[in-house]
Ligand binder design. Structure first.
Ligand SMILES: NC(=O)c1ccc[n+]([C@@H]2O[C@H](COP(=O)([O-])OP(=O)(O)OC[C@H]3O[C@@H](n4cnc5c(N)ncnc54)[C@H](OP(=O)(O)O)[C@@H]3O)[C@@H](O)[C@H]2O)c1
Length: 304
C-alpha cells in the first residue's frame, strides 16, 4: 500500500481549510486521488467528470473526511457543457484557489466534435482553455492553475492544420499533440497572467507513466484489467505518485511563487523544444479563442 499523495508531495502539514478547489477529471485516477487528498487537507472540492455514479462516490468519500464536496457533470467534448461547469462553479463558490485542469484521455478512433475539431484536441486542450478563460475572474489572489500534461508531449510539434481533420488519424499522435498543447497553454497563461499583474500561477505537470489509473481503459481487450493491477506493484509509479505531482504544484509552499514551468518528479523540468516555443504558444492561444468563438482572454504580453 503506497503512502497517500499528500505524504509523497510533502504537503501533509499544509492546511487548506477555507480553500476552494476544482479538479477536473476527478471521478477516476490521478484526479480522484488528488481531490481526496485536497479534501483531507481541508479544502472544499468540486469533483468533475461525466460518470455520475463515480462522481457521487468521490463526493461521499470526501464527505467522510469532513470535506464539503459537490459533483458537477460536464462532457469536455461539448462547449455548452464546459460553460455550464463554469457557471455552476461561479454559483456554488465565491472564488477558486486551485484549478486543476486534469481531465483527459486518449481516443483510439478519430472523430470531429461540433466545432469541427478533432476530439482529443478538443477534450484535452480546448475544454480546459475555455474553462480557465471562463473562470479567470473567479480565481482568487494567490490562486494556482495546474494543467496535467504528459511526457508524451515529446516528439511532436504544434500542427494546428491537423486538428481540423481525422483522415489518417493516429490516436497516439493526437494525444501527444494535445499534451504539447497543455504545456504550451500552461506557460502562455502564466506569461499573460504576469503581464496582467494577476497574483495567480500557472504550471503544467507530467504525473508519471501510471498503469493503475483509469487511463488504461483506452487499451484493447483484457489489457485494462491486467495493467490496472500493476498499481499495487512496488516500484511502479502509482496513482498516488501521480496525484502527488498535482498536489505538489497546487498547494506546496515550495511552489507558491513558481509560474510558467513544467514539473516532473516534483522539479521544474525543461519540456521539449517545441513546448518552449513562445510563438507557437501564442498561435495556439489565438487559434483556441477563435475556434471557441470567444474573445481572447488576457492581453498578449508585451515583447520582453
Ligand atoms: N495514466 C498515465 O499514465 C498518465 C500519464 C501522463 C498524463 N496523464 C494524464 O493524466 C490525466 C488524468 O488521467 P488518468 O490517468 O487519471 O486517467 P483516468 O483515470 O482515465 O481519468 C480521466 C478523467 O478524465 C475524465 N474525462 C475523460 N474524458 C472526459 C470528457 N470527454 N469529458 C469530461 N471528463 C472526461 C474522466 O471522467 P469520466 O470518466 O467520469 O468522464 C476521468 O475522471 C489525463 O489528462 C491524462 O492525459 C496520465
Amino acid at each position: 500500500m503506497s503512502e497517500p499523495p499528500e505524504a509523497i508531495a510533502g504537503v501533509a502539514n499544509v492546511d487548506c481549510t477555507g480553500m476552494q478547489a476544482l479538479v477536473t477529471g476527478s471521478t477516476s485516477g490521478i484526479g480522484r486521488a488528488a481531490a481526496l487528498a485536497l479534501g483531507r487537507l481541508g479544502a472544499d472540492v468540486i469533483v468533475h467528470g461525466r460518470d455520475e455514479t463515480a462522481g457521487a462516490a468521490v463526493v461521499d468519500d470526501l464527505a467522510a473526511v469532513g470535506a464539503d464536496a459537490t459533483f458537477v457533470a460536464a462532457d469536455f467534448a461539448d462547449v455548452a457543457s464546459v460553460r455550464g461547469l463554469a457557471d455552476t462553479v461561479r454559483a456554488e463558490t465565491d472564488g477558486l484557489d486551485v484549478l486543476c485542469n486534469n481531465a483527459g484521455g486518449l481516443f483510439r478512433d478519430g472523430r470531429l466534435t461540433d466545432l469541427g475539431v478533432e476530439r482529443t484536441f478538443h477534450v484535452n486542450h480546448l475544454a480546459p482553455f475555455l474553462l480557465t478563460a471562463d473562470l479567470l475572474d473567479h480565481l482568487r489572489d494567490g490562486a494556482r492553475v495546474v494543467t496535467t500534461a504528459s511526457a508524451a508531449h515529446n516528439g511532436v510539434s504544434l500542427d494546428l492544420d491537423r486538428v481540423g481533420r481525422v483522415e489518417s488519424y493516429s490516436g497516439l499522435w493526437a494525444y501527444s499533440h494535445s499534451k504539447l498543447a497543455n504545456v504550451l497553454f500552461g506557460a502562455e497563461l502564466a506569461r499573460r497572467l504576469a503581464a496582467d499583474d494577476r497574483d495567480i500561477t500557472s504550471n503544467s505537470i507530467h504525473p508519471g507513466a501510471i498503469p493503475g489509473s483509469g487511463f488504461s481503459r483506452f487499451l484493447p481487450g483484457p489489457l485494462p484489467r491486467l495493467v490496472g493491477a500493476l498499481d499495487a506493484v512496488p516500484g511502479v509509479t502509482s496513482v498516488a505518485d501521480g496525484a502527488a505531482e498535482l498536489l505538489f504544484v497546487a498547494v506546496s509552499p515550495r511552489t507558491a511563487d513558481i509560474s510558467g514551468r513544467y514539473f516532473s518528479g516534483q522539479q521544474p523540468t525543461l519540456p521539449s523544444t517545441a513546448a518552449r516555443d513562445t510563438d507557437a504558444a501564442e498561435r495556439l492561444w489565438t487559434f483556441s479563442a477563435d475556434a471557441l468563438g470567444v474573445d481572447e482572454p488576457l492581453a498578449e504580453p508585451a515583447d520582453p
